[in-house]
Design a binder for this molecule. Structure first.
Ligand code: PHE
Length: 360
C-alpha cells in the first residue's frame, strides 16, 4: 500500500497547494482522468488475483473518493476566496454623496424654479400649468383686460397668425402666467392655492429684458384672505429663497386690471463691487406684481366673488435668479454659451429642498 500512500500524499498535497481552478483541473486529470494515475491503477486490477483485487479495489476506490472530495472542497474554497476578493474590490458606500461629473449643469432658471417650487410647496401650494400659446380670452379678457383696454398695448404681445378670412381674435404667446389663474380656478374651483411657473413672451430686449422670460404666478383663494396674508407669504418666501434672516420689501401701490388693490414689490439690496447682498444697502429691485384678485376675474373663472376672495402675484424668475446668484446680464441666460453654463450652472444631483438646503 506504499504506492497508494505515496499517490495520496502527492495528490492531496497538490490540491492543497493549487492556486486556481485551472491547477485543480490539471490535478484532476492527472489523477482521475481517463489516463490518470488512479484510473490506470484501476485498470490494473483486472490482472490481479481475486483476493488481492478486492483489497486493492477497495483501497483504490477510497483513495479516488478522497481525492475527489478534496478537489471539490478546494474548488469551493477558491470560489469563496475569489468572491471575497471581488466584494472587497467592488465595495461601494451607497450613502456617500454623488460625485457629479460637471459635464452638463442645471440652468439657473431651472434651479431657481425648483427652489421657488420647493418653498411654496412647503406652504401648501401645488403646481399648475397652462399653454404658452394662449387664447386672447385667457390672456386678456378673463383677466379684466377687454379688447380696447390700454393695458393690451403695454404687453408688447406676439400674435399667432390666423388663416386668411378667419376673423376671430388671434391666439397670442402668453404675455404673463396670469391666464393660469383662470384655468386653475375653472378646473379646481375654490378654495385654492397654486403656483404656476413658466415661459412668457413680450417684444422687448435689453440688459434686463428678453423677448422670452420666466414668471411664477401665485394664487391663493379662500373665504377671508387679505393683503396681510399676501405680505406675509411674500416676506416668508424671500427669506427662504435668499437664505437670509432679514429681507426688506417695499410694497408700491400700482395698477393691474386683474387685481384691486395692486402693489408692485421691490426688494432692498446692495451692490458692492459686483457682490449683491439682500436686505441691506440703498438699491431696490422690482421683483413682482401682486394684489387682491379682482371680483370680475373670479367671476370670469366661475368662482363666486361674494363668497371667495384671494391674492395673486407674478414673480420674475430670471430677475430673482440674477439677484440671488449675482448674474449681471439677462441676455446671457438664453445664449446657450457652455462656458457661462459651466460657471453659473448647478450640479444635477443637488435637488433643492427647504429642509436640506436650497442652493448649498
Ligand atoms: N401678470 C402681471 C405681470 O406680468 C403680474 C401680476 C400677477 C400682477 C398677478 C398682479 C397679480 O406683470
Amino acid at each position: 500500500m506504499d504506492v497508494l500512500d505515496a499517490l495520496k500524499g502527492k495528490y492531496l498535497g497538490g490540491i492543497a497547494g493549487a492556486g486556481d481552478e485551472a491547477a485543480l483541473e490539471e490535478i484532476r486529470l492527472a489523477a482521475l482522468g481517463k489516463k490518470g494515475e488512479i484510473s490506470l491503477k484501476m485498470r490494473e486490477l483486472g490482472q490481479m488475483a481475486p483476493e488481492a483485487r478486492q483489497a486493492a479495489g477497495a483501497a483504490l476506490n477510497a483513495l479516488k473518493d478522497e481525492i475527489d472530495t478534496a478537489l471539490r472542497a478546494r474548488k469551493a474554497g477558491l470560489a469563496d476566496a475569489a468572491l471575497d476578493e471581488r466584494l472587497k474590490a467592488e465595495w461601494l458606500d451607497v450613502t456617500m454623496p454623488g460625485r457629479p461629473r460637471r459635464q452638463g449643469t442645471i440652468h439657473p432658471v431651472s434651479q431657481v424654479t425648483e427652489e421657488v417650487t420647493a418653498i411654496f410647496a412647503d406652504m401648501g401650494f401645488s403646481v399648475a400649468e397652462g399653454p404658452q400659446i394662449e387664447s386672447d380670452w385667457y390672456n386678456f379678457d378673463a383677466l379684466n383686460i377687454p379688447p380696447e383696454h390700454p393695458a393690451r398695448q403695454e404687453h408688447d404681445t406676439f400674435f399667432m397668425a390666423r388663416e386668411a378670412g378667419d376673423n376671430r381674435p388671434p391666439h397670442v404667446l402668453r404675455t404673463h402666467t396670469s391666464p393660469v389663474q383662470i384655468r386653475s380656478m375653472q378646473t379646481h374651483g375654490a378654495p385654492l392655492r397654486v403656483i404656476a411657473p413658466g415661459r412668457v413672451y413680450r417684444m422687448d430686449m435689453d440688459q434686463t429684458h428678453a423677448p422670452m422670460f420666466h414668471q411664477i404666478e401665485g394664487l391663493a383663494i379662500d373665504r377671508d384672505i387679505s393683503m396681510a396674508n399676501l405680505k406675509w407669504v411674500l416676506e416668508e418666501f424671500c427669506r427662504a429663497f435668499f437664505e437670509v434672516d432679514h429681507v426688506e420689501l417695499r410694497f408700491r401701490a400700482s395698477h393691474f386690471p386683474f387685481t384691486e388693490p395692486s402693489a408692485e414689490v421691490d426688494i432692498r439690496y446692495s451692490n458692492v463691487g459686483g457682490a449683491l447682498k439682500i436686505g441691506e444697502g440703498d438699491k431696490w429691485m422690482e421683483i413682482l406684481g401682486s394684489g387682491m384678485v379682482h371680483p370680475k376675474v373670479l367671476a370670469a373663472a366661475g368662482v363666486n366673488p361674494d363668497e371667495w376672495q384671494g391674492f395673486a402675484f407674478g414673480l420674475g424668475i430670471d430677475r430673482i435668479a440674477m439677484l440671488k446668484y449675482g448674474i449681471p446680464d439677462l441676455r446671457a441666460f438664453f445664449e446657450s454659451d457652455l462656458r457661462w453654463l459651466r460657471h453659473y450652472g448647478f450640479a444635477s444631483l443637488d435637488m433643492p429642498t427647504v429642509a436640506g438646503g436650497l442652493s448649498r
